[in-house]
Design a protein around this ligand. Sequence first.
Ligand code: OAD
Length: 248
Amino acid sequence: MNDLIQKAAQDLVSAKKAIALTGAGISVESGIPPFRGPGGLWEKIDPLEFAHIDAFMKDPAKVWNFFIKEMKELLDNARPNDAHKSLARLEELGIVKTIITQNVDGLHQIAGNTDVIEFHGNFAWQRCLDCDERFETIKLDVSQIPPRCSCGGIYKPDCVFFGEIIPPHHLLRSEQVASACTIMLVIGTSAEVHPAALMPVIAKQAGAKVIEINLEKTFLTQKTSDYIIMGKAGEIMKRLTSEVERLL
Ligand code: OAD
């Protein structure tokens, strides 16, 4: 692993434009469970019953009670871990330019990254289904479920549910940065959900190096990634960033 960290540090130092694609695995060390794999959310609840837009529209109170309320508690209290902080440091050093994240926890921005494409939206905001007003999740009164806007409409987290489209401007910009980067770090994603999982493929086809950081191999490992550094994102990103600082 040490050799790969050194190799990745050298690749990053010589990169003209590095970007990152992140997934739930990067926030596990912040206390937020992933979706798939051991301890994953989808082991406990069926995404079609709780994370699909049709399920929300059919019974918003059920989805709020058994899914969103718990997410709110987790995300209200989550703090960036070493992996988020390292990506912020790599931006400060002028290496990482943009992060495309599938996460809705806002931890990259809290850590200090300034160009974050929130591919699946942001849980920090709710949107009223009637008047379209946005409201901050942290200020939301959840004593009444489902929570309602002053106009009487139901609030839905401003995130992409299954069955909803990716906001076109996020998709377009992600495709642009993926096809223009020279290195893409792919951190803590199973790469099972499209179109997010296509971004490394776009980067690779445009000539970029793709470096995965994950506990285990993914769909990208065999054909798309140049190499994978296996281990916890926080630990690896901290060591990688120290190595980059040493080389600069
Ligand atoms: P997943 O839960 O599918 O995958 C998490 C990945 O992180 C797995 O490959 C794990 O091996 C890896 N992992 C877990 N802990 C880790 C750690 N400490 N360090 C490094 N890697 C670790 O999460 P995503 O790929 O983000 O979409 O899932 C994509 C989308 O599926 C989510 O955005 C969400 C979900 O359904 C929507 O809700 C629309």
